[in-house]
Design a protein. Structure first.
Length: 149
């Protein structure tokens, strides 16, 4: 894990890699390059590499509208799961959310990602809502951290 490199999305290469991970893990809501650029303007997006290989990405949505709720999403490609990369990415995202003023933490997982759901539940998150985006058939699951991280 010492060779894992995590960098902010800031150029075309990191944007492309972040988009690749997101669209592979969230195939029901694929994002365009412009969508990712827009998200990078309002959220903290990072991408993780092991050498030249893309391992995963994170999204931290800072608190908004006077709410002290931040969202931390860590995504790890299937071939890299179970090696501690999710732990590292989640810890980075959680620390960043707290730096941005989050007192409560949420995450969101696509129902078709059982590993992601198990990871969230194992880290103290509890389900608060399920919803479908228009035209979708696979629900998203919103979870909130209920135990101290």
């Amino acid at each position: 894990m010492g060779d894992l490199r995590v960098e902010a999305v800031g150029d075309e290469g990191t944007l492309r890699d972040w988009r690749y991970v997101h669209n592979l893990i969230i195939p029901t809501d694929p994002l365009s390059r412009d969508d990712v650029r827009e998200r990078a303007g309002r959220n903290v997006l990072e991408v993780a590499h092991l050498g030249d290989a893309v391992v995963g990405c994170t999204t931290v949505r800072p608190p908004r509208d006077g709410e002290a709720v931040g969202t931390v999403i860590a995504r790890v490609l299937p071939g890299y799961r179970g090696r501690g990369y999710g732990e590292l990415l989640y810890a980075r995202g959680l620390a960043r959310a707290r730096e941005l003023g989050a007192e409560r933490i949420r995450t969101v997982v696509l129902e078709s990602n059982p590993e992601g759901l198990r990871f969230a539940l194992a880290h103290g998150f509890v389900e608060v809502e399920r919803y479908l985006l228009p035209g979708d058939t696979v629900p998203f699951i919103d979870l909130e951290l209920r135990e101290p991280a």
